[in-house]
Design a protein around this ligand. Structure first.
Ligand code: HEC
Ligand code: HEC
Length: 317
């Protein structure tokens, strides 16, 4: 081996260090445009403009459009006048409106409501059957795959199992507040809800129903006093979100949730281990119904339920 003079050796070492740093930069650049290192505070979801112009991008785009135009795209399944983005606003990216960002990294997940670990496709179908009061879509369908492609896309770079602060469900409200139906009725007019959602709560065109045959079912999270109050306080009225007090939001929630809405077949089997939140408006094991609304029968009760994952191996009965 040729002997280097000491000065040349020092130079070679410096170059090696630089080259090493350089290589790391090249490795990062290979993930052009993506934040490879997940920093919770700095994380931003990818948006429609970031969808790649390839086959994967076509599936992601279809998934996004299914969220935006659910009844138009899937009339046999989405039978209410709600779309996914009626609640998951800004294409599921709005942190105040039950964000879907990072959802792909949070599943499979234990759901105390079903008492099972469920995959993301089943969670999507819980919203089809309960929030949209529609029918479950086939898990192996192209449409489900496209919806999952979009959810994966807006979860880009989120490590598995991460609950991102500020992107994790509806924002919790104080559980000490009580809603008053009569005050809610007055606020429904005073706070302009009536001008968009209508006197009969049936909505109008792209404006979704709040009660009646075309609204969310009694088994939806939104049928709970506190969950709907959170959505309303942070997102409505659409012309002035953030203008309601928590008490006003609870009053409006109590008023809206006192009206008839579609039933949710099988709901009595929810929370099989107990532990239903106090404001669930139907009876379950160890829980009496909280202010139950009148219920409207479902056209297709079989399609309205999401079966728990069946056992097919040695434990099968
Ligand atoms: C009536 C309002 C409403 C509609 C419409 C709705 N959802 Fe939801 N969705 C919710 C609420 C509320 C949650 C639970 C948020 C929480 O945990 O606080 C939720 C949760 C979810 C989750 C789980 C998110 C997570 O990370 O835990 C997914 C996925 C989801 N919805 C997808 C959909 C899809 C797809 C559609 C359309 C087929 C849809 N939702 C329609 C209200 C709605
Ligand atoms: C300017 C029209 C407008 C006004 C006023 C308005 N909303 Fe909405 N609301 C909407 C639209 C549109 C959506 C669906 C979200 C979207 O498409 O971005 C919605 C969604 C909702 C939802 C969730 C979806 C559903 O149908 O269950 C609730 C609950 C709701 N509004 C309650 C209220 C309440 C309570 C008020 C009054 C404080 C109110 N809204 C005022 C337009 C309006």
């Amino acid at each position: 081996m040729r002997r280097l003079p000491p000065a040349a050796l020092a130079l070679a070492l410096t170059t090696a260090t630089l080259a090493c740093g350089g290589r790391e930069e090249i490795a990062d650049a290979a993930h052009a445009g993506s934040a490879v290192v997940f920093t919770e505070a700095a994380w931003q979801p990818t948006r429609e403009a970031d969808i790649p112009a390839d086959s994967m991008g076509a599936s992601i785009t279809r998934g996004l459009y299914l969220l935006r135009f659910t009844p138009e795209s899937l009339p046999a399944y989405a039978t209410s006048n709600l779309r996914c983005t009626s609640c998951h606003q800004d294409d599921g990216l709005d942190p105040k409106a039950a964000p879907l960002t990072g959802s792909h990294a949070r599943f499979p997940k234990y759901m105390s409501r079903s008492g099972t670990v469920i995959a993301l496709a089943d969670r999507v179908n819980y919203c089809f059957t309960r929030s949209l009061a529609g029918n479950a879509i086939p898990v192996g369908s192209r449409e489900m795959t496209d919806i999952l492609a979009y959810l994966a896309f807006i979860s880009k770079d989120v490590p598995i199992g991460t609950r991102i602060a500020g992107h994790d469900g509806l924002i919790s409200m104080p559980d000490t507040l009580v809603g008053d139906i009569a005050r809610g009725e007055a606020l429904y007019t005073a706070k302009t809800c009536v001008t968009c959602h209508g006197v009969d709560g049936a909505g109008n065109g792209p404006i979704p129903a709040l009660w009646g045959a075309k609204s969310y079912s009694v088994g939806a999270s939104m049928a709970r006093l506190e969950r709907a109050a959170s959505f309303i306080m942070h997102n409505m009225p659409q012309t002035a979100p953030g203008s309601l007090t928590p008490q006003e939001a609870f009053d409006l929630s109590a008023y809206i949730n006192s009206h008839p809405r579609p039933d949710s077949p099988g709901k009595e089997n929810d929370w099989p281990m107990g532990g239903a939140p106090a404001d669930v408006p139907y009876a379950t094991k160890g829980h009496a119904a909280f202010n139950p609304p009148p219920l409207l029968p479902r056209a297709n009760p079989r399609g309205a339920a999401v079966p728990n994952p069946p056992v097919i191996g040695r434990g099968a009965q």
